[in-house]
Design a protein around this ligand. Structure first.
Ligand SMILES: [Zn+2]
Length: 443
Protein backbone atom coordinates (compact mmCIF):
# COMPACT_ATOMS: atom_id res chain seq x y z
CA UNK A 1 0.00 0.00 0.00
CA UNK A 2 1.48 3.37 -1.04
CA UNK A 3 1.13 6.35 1.20
CA UNK A 4 1.91 9.71 -0.39
CA UNK A 5 1.39 12.51 2.15
CA UNK A 6 0.51 15.92 0.75
CA UNK A 7 2.15 19.09 2.16
CA UNK A 8 -0.15 21.73 3.53
CA UNK A 9 -0.30 24.42 0.85
CA UNK A 10 -0.97 27.56 3.00
CA UNK A 11 2.50 27.25 4.61
CA UNK A 12 4.08 28.08 1.21
CA UNK A 13 3.36 31.76 1.88
CA UNK A 14 5.61 31.74 4.98
CA UNK A 15 8.63 29.96 3.41
CA UNK A 16 12.04 31.54 2.76
CA UNK A 17 13.94 30.77 -0.48
CA UNK A 18 15.72 27.61 0.69
CA UNK A 19 12.54 26.28 2.29
CA UNK A 20 10.71 27.02 -0.95
CA UNK A 21 13.32 25.12 -3.01
CA UNK A 22 13.09 22.09 -0.73
CA UNK A 23 9.30 22.30 -0.93
CA UNK A 24 9.39 22.02 -4.73
CA UNK A 25 11.91 19.20 -4.55
CA UNK A 26 9.64 17.28 -2.16
CA UNK A 27 6.58 18.13 -4.22
CA UNK A 28 8.14 16.73 -7.40
CA UNK A 29 9.10 13.55 -5.54
CA UNK A 30 5.54 13.26 -4.29
CA UNK A 31 4.16 13.65 -7.80
CA UNK A 32 6.36 10.82 -9.08
CA UNK A 33 5.33 8.79 -6.04
CA UNK A 34 1.68 9.32 -7.07
CA UNK A 35 2.43 8.24 -10.64
CA UNK A 36 4.16 5.11 -9.44
CA UNK A 37 1.15 4.22 -7.27
CA UNK A 38 -1.18 4.80 -10.21
CA UNK A 39 0.85 2.51 -12.45
CA UNK A 40 0.78 -0.28 -9.90
CA UNK A 41 -2.94 -0.14 -9.15
CA UNK A 42 -4.13 -0.84 -12.72
CA UNK A 43 -7.44 0.75 -11.80
CA UNK A 44 -8.02 -1.32 -8.66
CA UNK A 45 -10.40 0.26 -6.18
CA UNK A 46 -11.50 -0.91 -2.74
CA UNK A 47 -14.77 0.43 -1.39
CA UNK A 48 -14.72 0.07 2.38
CA UNK A 49 -16.92 0.51 5.43
CA UNK A 50 -20.42 0.28 3.92
CA UNK A 51 -23.26 -2.12 4.65
CA UNK A 52 -23.55 -4.17 1.46
CA UNK A 53 -26.77 -5.69 0.16
CA UNK A 54 -25.24 -7.87 -2.55
CA UNK A 55 -28.51 -8.91 -4.20
CA UNK A 56 -27.92 -12.65 -3.74
CA UNK A 57 -30.51 -12.95 -0.99
CA UNK A 58 -27.89 -13.27 1.77
CA UNK A 59 -27.96 -11.06 4.84
CA UNK A 60 -26.36 -7.64 4.39
CA UNK A 61 -22.60 -7.54 4.97
CA UNK A 62 -21.73 -5.09 7.74
CA UNK A 63 -18.47 -3.17 7.35
CA UNK A 64 -18.10 -4.69 3.90
CA UNK A 65 -15.44 -4.38 1.23
CA UNK A 66 -15.89 -4.42 -2.53
CA UNK A 67 -12.73 -4.72 -4.61
CA UNK A 68 -13.10 -3.63 -8.22
CA UNK A 69 -10.62 -3.94 -11.06
CA UNK A 70 -11.09 -2.77 -14.64
CA UNK A 71 -14.82 -2.31 -14.15
CA UNK A 72 -15.53 -5.72 -12.66
CA UNK A 73 -15.87 -7.03 -9.15
CA UNK A 74 -12.85 -8.90 -7.81
CA UNK A 75 -14.28 -9.70 -4.38
CA UNK A 76 -17.06 -8.76 -1.96
CA UNK A 77 -17.12 -9.60 1.73
CA UNK A 78 -16.63 -8.48 5.31
CA UNK A 79 -13.56 -6.35 6.07
CA UNK A 80 -12.01 -9.07 8.30
CA UNK A 81 -11.85 -11.64 5.52
CA UNK A 82 -11.56 -9.62 2.31
CA UNK A 83 -8.07 -8.81 1.03
CA UNK A 84 -7.41 -5.38 -0.35
CA UNK A 85 -4.61 -5.60 -2.93
CA UNK A 86 -1.53 -3.43 -2.42
CA UNK A 87 -1.82 -0.19 -4.31
CA UNK A 88 -5.61 -0.26 -4.55
CA UNK A 89 -7.29 3.12 -4.30
CA UNK A 90 -9.39 3.08 -1.13
CA UNK A 91 -12.79 4.77 -1.06
CA UNK A 92 -14.29 5.08 2.38
CA UNK A 93 -18.04 4.48 2.40
CA UNK A 94 -18.50 4.26 6.16
CA UNK A 95 -22.07 4.98 7.17
CA UNK A 96 -23.39 4.19 3.67
CA UNK A 97 -25.34 1.31 2.12
CA UNK A 98 -24.49 -0.31 -1.20
CA UNK A 99 -27.01 -2.10 -3.44
CA UNK A 100 -26.51 -3.56 -6.92
CA UNK A 101 -27.45 -1.22 -9.76
CA UNK A 102 -31.21 -1.44 -10.26
CA UNK A 103 -32.59 -3.20 -13.33
CA UNK A 104 -35.73 -2.17 -15.14
CA UNK A 105 -36.91 -5.33 -16.90
CA UNK A 106 -39.55 -3.44 -18.88
CA UNK A 107 -38.75 0.04 -20.14
CA UNK A 108 -38.56 1.87 -23.44
CA UNK A 109 -35.92 4.20 -24.83
CA UNK A 110 -35.34 6.63 -27.63
CA UNK A 111 -38.86 7.54 -28.73
CA UNK A 112 -40.16 10.27 -26.46
CA UNK A 113 -39.33 13.94 -26.21
CA UNK A 114 -41.58 16.09 -24.07
CA UNK A 115 -44.92 14.33 -24.28
CA UNK A 116 -44.51 13.30 -27.90
CA UNK A 117 -43.46 10.06 -29.58
CA UNK A 118 -41.52 9.75 -32.81
CA UNK A 119 -38.16 11.24 -31.78
CA UNK A 120 -36.10 8.09 -32.11
CA UNK A 121 -32.37 8.82 -32.35
CA UNK A 122 -29.06 7.66 -30.89
CA UNK A 123 -28.75 10.98 -29.09
CA UNK A 124 -32.16 10.51 -27.46
CA UNK A 125 -31.30 6.94 -26.42
CA UNK A 126 -28.06 8.18 -24.84
CA UNK A 127 -29.84 11.01 -23.00
CA UNK A 128 -32.47 8.64 -21.62
CA UNK A 129 -29.98 5.96 -20.58
CA UNK A 130 -28.05 8.67 -18.72
CA UNK A 131 -31.28 9.73 -17.02
CA UNK A 132 -32.00 6.18 -15.86
CA UNK A 133 -28.44 5.88 -14.59
CA UNK A 134 -28.66 9.08 -12.52
CA UNK A 135 -31.55 7.49 -10.63
CA UNK A 136 -29.58 4.30 -9.98
CA UNK A 137 -31.15 2.24 -12.80
CA UNK A 138 -28.01 0.86 -14.39
CA UNK A 139 -29.62 -1.68 -16.75
CA UNK A 140 -32.73 -1.24 -18.88
CA UNK A 141 -34.54 -3.81 -20.95
CA UNK A 142 -36.37 -1.96 -23.70
CA UNK A 143 -39.35 -4.09 -24.65
CA UNK A 144 -40.24 -2.84 -28.07
CA UNK A 145 -39.96 -0.13 -30.72
CA UNK A 146 -36.19 -0.44 -30.83
CA UNK A 147 -34.39 0.37 -34.04
CA UNK A 148 -30.90 0.13 -35.51
CA UNK A 149 -29.62 3.11 -33.53
CA UNK A 150 -29.96 1.03 -30.33
CA UNK A 151 -27.48 -1.54 -31.60
CA UNK A 152 -24.32 0.36 -30.67
CA UNK A 153 -25.58 0.79 -27.10
CA UNK A 154 -26.48 -2.86 -26.81
CA UNK A 155 -23.14 -3.85 -28.29
CA UNK A 156 -21.39 -1.77 -25.62
CA UNK A 157 -22.92 -3.80 -22.75
CA UNK A 158 -20.00 -6.17 -22.63
CA UNK A 159 -17.16 -4.09 -23.95
CA UNK A 160 -17.01 -0.79 -22.10
CA UNK A 161 -16.13 -0.72 -18.43
CA UNK A 162 -16.48 2.90 -17.34
CA UNK A 163 -19.62 4.53 -18.75
CA UNK A 164 -22.14 7.18 -17.80
CA UNK A 165 -25.30 5.53 -19.08
CA UNK A 166 -27.35 2.44 -18.30
CA UNK A 167 -26.75 -0.85 -20.07
CA UNK A 168 -29.40 -1.57 -22.72
CA UNK A 169 -31.12 -4.71 -23.96
CA UNK A 170 -33.67 -4.50 -26.77
CA UNK A 171 -36.62 -6.30 -28.36
CA UNK A 172 -36.87 -4.56 -31.75
CA UNK A 173 -40.30 -4.16 -33.34
CA UNK A 174 -43.26 -5.43 -31.37
CA UNK A 175 -44.22 -8.46 -33.45
CA UNK A 176 -47.60 -8.62 -35.16
CA UNK A 177 -49.01 -9.59 -38.55
CA UNK A 178 -52.20 -10.50 -40.39
CA UNK A 179 -50.95 -14.05 -40.94
CA UNK A 180 -48.54 -16.35 -39.10
CA UNK A 181 -46.09 -15.95 -42.00
CA UNK A 182 -46.20 -12.16 -41.83
CA UNK A 183 -45.70 -12.20 -38.07
CA UNK A 184 -42.85 -14.72 -38.05
CA UNK A 185 -41.13 -12.66 -40.75
CA UNK A 186 -41.03 -9.78 -38.24
CA UNK A 187 -39.38 -12.13 -35.73
CA UNK A 188 -36.69 -13.01 -38.31
CA UNK A 189 -36.16 -9.35 -39.15
CA UNK A 190 -35.74 -8.46 -35.45
CA UNK A 191 -33.26 -11.29 -35.01
CA UNK A 192 -31.20 -10.17 -37.98
CA UNK A 193 -31.11 -6.64 -36.55
CA UNK A 194 -29.63 -8.16 -33.38
CA UNK A 195 -32.23 -8.11 -30.60
CA UNK A 196 -32.13 -9.78 -27.19
CA UNK A 197 -35.85 -10.63 -26.87
CA UNK A 198 -39.03 -10.87 -28.90
CA UNK A 199 -42.06 -8.89 -27.73
CA UNK A 200 -45.74 -9.30 -28.55
CA UNK A 201 -48.90 -7.48 -27.44
CA UNK A 202 -52.01 -9.50 -26.69
CA UNK A 203 -54.50 -6.84 -25.73
CA UNK A 204 -57.70 -5.27 -27.02
CA UNK A 205 -57.04 -1.95 -25.23
CA UNK A 206 -60.16 -2.27 -23.07
CA UNK A 207 -62.23 -3.47 -26.00
CA UNK A 208 -61.07 -0.70 -28.35
CA UNK A 209 -59.08 -2.80 -30.81
CA UNK A 210 -58.59 -6.33 -32.12
CA UNK A 211 -56.48 -8.64 -30.02
CA UNK A 212 -53.61 -10.67 -31.45
CA UNK A 213 -55.02 -14.16 -31.81
CA UNK A 214 -53.45 -17.44 -30.61
CA UNK A 215 -53.22 -18.54 -34.28
CA UNK A 216 -50.71 -15.74 -34.76
CA UNK A 217 -48.89 -15.62 -31.42
CA UNK A 218 -48.27 -19.35 -31.09
CA UNK A 219 -46.15 -19.57 -34.26
CA UNK A 220 -44.44 -16.34 -33.21
CA UNK A 221 -43.49 -17.86 -29.86
CA UNK A 222 -42.20 -20.98 -31.60
CA UNK A 223 -40.16 -18.90 -34.05
CA UNK A 224 -38.66 -16.87 -31.22
CA UNK A 225 -37.65 -20.10 -29.50
CA UNK A 226 -36.23 -21.50 -32.74
CA UNK A 227 -33.88 -18.48 -32.72
CA UNK A 228 -33.04 -19.14 -29.07
CA UNK A 229 -34.87 -16.00 -27.95
CA UNK A 230 -37.16 -15.48 -25.01
CA UNK A 231 -40.58 -14.04 -25.72
CA UNK A 232 -42.08 -11.29 -23.57
CA UNK A 233 -45.85 -10.87 -23.71
CA UNK A 234 -47.81 -7.72 -23.07
CA UNK A 235 -51.22 -8.78 -21.75
CA UNK A 236 -54.09 -7.56 -19.60
CA UNK A 237 -56.56 -10.41 -19.10
CA UNK A 238 -56.02 -13.48 -16.92
CA UNK A 239 -57.35 -15.84 -19.62
CA UNK A 240 -54.82 -14.49 -22.16
CA UNK A 241 -51.99 -14.74 -19.67
CA UNK A 242 -52.81 -18.40 -19.08
CA UNK A 243 -52.98 -19.20 -22.78
CA UNK A 244 -49.71 -17.38 -23.38
CA UNK A 245 -48.08 -19.47 -20.67
CA UNK A 246 -49.43 -22.69 -22.15
CA UNK A 247 -48.18 -21.54 -25.55
CA UNK A 248 -44.66 -21.05 -24.23
CA UNK A 249 -44.35 -17.32 -23.47
CA UNK A 250 -41.30 -16.68 -21.28
CA UNK A 251 -42.12 -13.39 -19.59
CA UNK A 252 -45.39 -11.83 -18.42
CA UNK A 253 -44.65 -8.19 -19.12
CA UNK A 254 -47.50 -6.53 -17.19
CA UNK A 255 -49.90 -7.24 -14.34
CA UNK A 256 -53.02 -9.31 -14.75
CA UNK A 257 -55.57 -6.56 -14.29
CA UNK A 258 -59.07 -7.79 -15.15
CA UNK A 259 -59.50 -10.08 -12.18
CA UNK A 260 -57.59 -11.73 -9.36
CA UNK A 261 -55.13 -14.43 -10.32
CA UNK A 262 -56.09 -17.99 -9.38
CA UNK A 263 -54.27 -21.16 -8.42
CA UNK A 264 -54.19 -22.35 -12.02
CA UNK A 265 -52.29 -19.24 -13.10
CA UNK A 266 -49.91 -19.54 -10.15
CA UNK A 267 -49.21 -23.19 -10.96
CA UNK A 268 -48.58 -22.38 -14.63
CA UNK A 269 -46.17 -19.57 -13.72
CA UNK A 270 -44.21 -21.80 -11.37
CA UNK A 271 -44.28 -24.90 -13.57
CA UNK A 272 -42.95 -22.97 -16.53
CA UNK A 273 -40.54 -20.91 -14.43
CA UNK A 274 -41.88 -17.67 -15.89
CA UNK A 275 -41.44 -14.28 -14.21
CA UNK A 276 -44.09 -11.62 -13.72
CA UNK A 277 -43.38 -7.95 -14.34
CA UNK A 278 -45.99 -5.74 -12.59
CA UNK A 279 -45.42 -2.30 -14.27
CA UNK A 280 -47.73 -0.68 -11.71
CA UNK A 281 -46.61 2.81 -12.70
CA UNK A 282 -47.79 2.11 -16.27
CA UNK A 283 -51.35 2.01 -14.95
CA UNK A 284 -50.72 4.85 -12.52
CA UNK A 285 -49.63 7.06 -15.43
CA UNK A 286 -52.98 6.64 -17.19
CA UNK A 287 -54.94 8.51 -14.48
CA UNK A 288 -52.51 10.21 -12.08
CA UNK A 289 -52.52 13.48 -14.03
CA UNK A 290 -56.26 13.96 -13.48
CA UNK A 291 -55.05 16.22 -10.66
CA UNK A 292 -51.63 17.61 -9.83
CA UNK A 293 -49.63 14.65 -8.48
CA UNK A 294 -47.80 15.08 -5.17
CA UNK A 295 -44.53 14.09 -6.79
CA UNK A 296 -44.54 17.35 -8.76
CA UNK A 297 -43.19 18.86 -5.52
CA UNK A 298 -40.56 16.17 -4.89
CA UNK A 299 -37.04 17.60 -5.34
CA UNK A 300 -35.81 14.12 -6.32
CA UNK A 301 -38.26 14.25 -9.24
CA UNK A 302 -37.71 17.92 -10.04
CA UNK A 303 -33.92 17.58 -10.29
CA UNK A 304 -34.34 16.01 -13.73
CA UNK A 305 -37.93 16.83 -14.76
CA UNK A 306 -38.67 19.00 -17.76
CA UNK A 307 -40.74 21.92 -16.45
CA UNK A 308 -42.38 22.42 -19.85
CA UNK A 309 -43.78 18.90 -19.60
CA UNK A 310 -44.97 19.53 -16.04
CA UNK A 311 -46.82 22.67 -17.11
CA UNK A 312 -48.52 20.69 -19.89
CA UNK A 313 -49.58 17.97 -17.46
CA UNK A 314 -50.99 20.64 -15.14
CA UNK A 315 -53.29 22.14 -17.77
CA UNK A 316 -56.88 22.07 -16.41
CA UNK A 317 -58.34 20.87 -19.74
CA UNK A 318 -55.97 17.93 -19.82
CA UNK A 319 -56.81 17.07 -16.21
CA UNK A 320 -60.55 17.22 -16.93
CA UNK A 321 -60.11 15.01 -19.99
CA UNK A 322 -58.39 12.35 -17.86
CA UNK A 323 -61.06 12.60 -15.14
CA UNK A 324 -63.72 12.01 -17.82
CA UNK A 325 -61.85 9.31 -19.68
CA UNK A 326 -63.50 5.91 -19.36
CA UNK A 327 -60.23 4.14 -20.08
CA UNK A 328 -58.26 6.18 -17.51
CA UNK A 329 -60.85 5.42 -14.85
CA UNK A 330 -60.90 1.73 -15.83
CA UNK A 331 -57.10 1.52 -15.53
CA UNK A 332 -57.41 3.23 -12.14
CA UNK A 333 -59.62 0.38 -10.91
CA UNK A 334 -57.42 -2.14 -12.73
CA UNK A 335 -54.45 -0.90 -10.71
CA UNK A 336 -56.18 -1.99 -7.50
CA UNK A 337 -56.49 -5.48 -8.98
CA UNK A 338 -52.84 -5.34 -10.06
CA UNK A 339 -51.74 -4.43 -6.53
CA UNK A 340 -53.65 -7.28 -4.93
CA UNK A 341 -52.40 -9.72 -7.60
CA UNK A 342 -48.81 -8.69 -6.91
CA UNK A 343 -49.20 -9.54 -3.24
CA UNK A 344 -50.83 -12.90 -4.02
CA UNK A 345 -48.09 -13.83 -6.51
CA UNK A 346 -45.19 -12.67 -4.34
CA UNK A 347 -46.60 -14.66 -1.42
CA UNK A 348 -47.03 -17.71 -3.68
CA UNK A 349 -43.37 -17.70 -4.62
CA UNK A 350 -43.78 -16.54 -8.22
CA UNK A 351 -40.66 -14.60 -9.24
CA UNK A 352 -41.38 -10.91 -9.66
CA UNK A 353 -39.19 -9.06 -12.16
CA UNK A 354 -39.07 -5.36 -11.47
CA UNK A 355 -40.29 -3.25 -14.38
CA UNK A 356 -42.19 -0.05 -15.03
CA UNK A 357 -42.92 0.44 -18.74
CA UNK A 358 -41.32 3.89 -18.34
CA UNK A 359 -40.11 5.79 -21.37
CA UNK A 360 -43.58 6.26 -22.79
CA UNK A 361 -45.01 9.80 -22.57
CA UNK A 362 -45.54 11.00 -18.95
CA UNK A 363 -43.83 7.89 -17.58
CA UNK A 364 -40.71 9.50 -16.24
CA UNK A 365 -37.60 7.38 -16.68
CA UNK A 366 -35.58 7.02 -13.51
CA UNK A 367 -38.06 8.58 -11.13
CA UNK A 368 -40.92 6.22 -11.96
CA UNK A 369 -38.73 3.28 -10.99
CA UNK A 370 -38.63 4.71 -7.47
CA UNK A 371 -42.41 5.14 -7.41
CA UNK A 372 -42.76 1.57 -8.66
CA UNK A 373 -40.63 0.23 -5.81
CA UNK A 374 -42.70 2.18 -3.31
CA UNK A 375 -45.94 0.85 -4.83
CA UNK A 376 -44.60 -2.71 -4.65
CA UNK A 377 -43.90 -2.15 -0.96
CA UNK A 378 -47.36 -0.64 -0.50
CA UNK A 379 -48.80 -3.76 -2.16
CA UNK A 380 -47.26 -5.76 0.68
CA UNK A 381 -43.80 -6.82 -0.49
CA UNK A 382 -40.96 -6.32 1.98
CA UNK A 383 -38.14 -3.94 1.03
CA UNK A 384 -35.88 -7.00 0.65
CA UNK A 385 -38.34 -8.64 -1.77
CA UNK A 386 -38.58 -5.43 -3.77
CA UNK A 387 -34.80 -5.02 -3.94
CA UNK A 388 -34.26 -8.63 -5.01
CA UNK A 389 -36.89 -8.17 -7.69
CA UNK A 390 -35.05 -5.09 -8.99
CA UNK A 391 -31.62 -6.71 -8.93
CA UNK A 392 -31.01 -10.49 -8.95
CA UNK A 393 -34.45 -11.53 -10.14
CA UNK A 394 -34.79 -9.01 -12.97
CA UNK A 395 -31.38 -10.15 -14.23
CA UNK A 396 -32.03 -13.88 -13.89
CA UNK A 397 -35.53 -13.72 -15.37
CA UNK A 398 -34.15 -12.34 -18.62
CA UNK A 399 -30.69 -13.96 -18.55
CA UNK A 400 -28.93 -10.60 -18.38
CA UNK A 401 -25.21 -11.14 -18.29
CA UNK A 402 -22.98 -10.23 -15.32
CA UNK A 403 -25.41 -7.81 -13.67
CA UNK A 404 -27.96 -7.95 -10.86
CA UNK A 405 -25.78 -9.05 -7.95
CA UNK A 406 -22.50 -7.91 -6.47
CA UNK A 407 -20.63 -11.09 -7.29
CA UNK A 408 -17.06 -11.86 -8.35
CA UNK A 409 -16.48 -11.16 -12.06
CA UNK A 410 -19.79 -9.31 -12.47
CA UNK A 411 -19.79 -5.68 -13.56
CA UNK A 412 -19.21 -3.24 -10.72
CA UNK A 413 -22.61 -1.58 -11.17
CA UNK A 414 -23.89 -0.34 -7.82
CA UNK A 415 -25.68 2.44 -6.03
CA UNK A 416 -24.39 3.95 -2.78
CA UNK A 417 -27.16 5.17 -0.48
CA UNK A 418 -27.15 7.46 2.53
CA UNK A 419 -29.88 5.46 4.30
CA UNK A 420 -30.86 1.83 4.80
CA UNK A 421 -33.08 0.57 1.93
CA UNK A 422 -34.10 -2.51 3.94
CA UNK A 423 -35.64 -0.29 6.57
CA UNK A 424 -37.68 1.68 4.03
CA UNK A 425 -37.61 1.22 0.26
CA UNK A 426 -37.92 5.00 -0.13
CA UNK A 427 -34.36 5.19 1.17
CA UNK A 428 -33.29 4.12 -2.34
CA UNK A 429 -33.93 7.79 -3.17
CA UNK A 430 -31.10 8.84 -0.84
CA UNK A 431 -28.48 8.40 -3.53
CA UNK A 432 -24.89 9.22 -2.59
CA UNK A 433 -23.49 8.04 -5.91
CA UNK A 434 -23.94 5.62 -8.79
CA UNK A 435 -21.13 3.46 -10.17
CA UNK A 436 -21.33 1.70 -13.53
CA UNK A 437 -18.48 -0.57 -14.55
CA UNK A 438 -16.54 0.70 -11.55
CA UNK A 439 -16.77 4.32 -12.65
CA UNK A 440 -18.69 6.90 -10.66
CA UNK A 441 -21.30 8.82 -12.58
CA UNK A 442 -20.34 12.44 -12.79
CA UNK A 443 -23.39 14.68 -12.41
ZN1 LIG B 1 -44.00 -1.54 -22.71
Amino acid sequence: MYYCPLPTIPYIAFMNLSQLLSFFLIASLLISCGKQAEDQTSDTKAFTGATIFDGTGSDPILNGVIVVRDGRIVSVGPAETTDIPDGAERLDLSGKWVIPGLINAHGHVGNVRGLGLGHYSAENIQRQLELYAKYGITTVVSLGDDRDQAESFRAANDTSAGRSFARLYIAGDVVNGATPEAATTVVDKNVSMGVDFIKIRVDDNLGQSAKMSPDIYRPVIDRAHAHGMKLAAHMYYLADAKDLLRSGADFIAHSVRDTNVDSEFISLMKEKGVCYCPTLTRDLSTFVYETRPDFFDDPFFLQEADTVVLRMLEEPERQAQIRNSVSAQTYKRALETALSNLKILADSGVTIAFGTDSGMPARFQGYFEHIEMEMMADAGMTPKQVLLSATRDAAQCLDLKDVGTLTKDFWADFVVLNADPLENIRNCRQIHGVWIGGKRLDY
